[in-house]
Ligand binder design. Sequence first.
Ligand code: HEM
Length: 145
Amino acid sequence: MIRLLATLLLAAGAALLHGPADAQAGDASLYQAFGEKPGLALLMDRFVETLAVDERTRIFFASADKPRLKEQLTDQLCMLAGGPCVYTGAKMRGQHRGLEIGRSDFNALVEVLQDSMDAQGIAFSTQNRMLARLAPMHREIITRE
Ligand code: HEM
């Protein structure tokens, strides 16, 4: 929990400090640090499989189309990391509307992502750069307290 808070604070700080400049077009260093598309696909495989069994998140993913979700997340994170992918999936607000996702659900998903990144040996600083790019999406995903 403390680690999650530290990370979210760091992520928020990094977003404030660097803003969109950290995601400049043409800078693929984060994409490379994740092992490019194969590394991200492996990470999303582990992430989605864990979300489907973690007691805090499994209820949301009980009837999910896991292969599609892995593919869409891989493209989305690839693009966010500065890789050569184009995310063509659903808009975040529309996709998550109706799921009644609260802050604690969002935090649980972030923790599962952190554990998945740890398991894949991704450096803490690299993890935080990605989380800083994902964190602002909470506004489109959290729809209840
Ligand atoms: C930054 C955080 C998040 C990101 C980047 C994200 C991204 C995505 C993406 C890319 C999709 C697939 C869109 C498509 O198929 O076109 C999706 C679907 C979904 N997400 Fe999220 N999501 C996030 C947070 C959450 C949270 C916190 C929950 C619930 C705890 C959640 C539950 C779901 C569910 C249930 C689906 C539908 C899966 C299916 O029916 O196949 N998401 N999300």
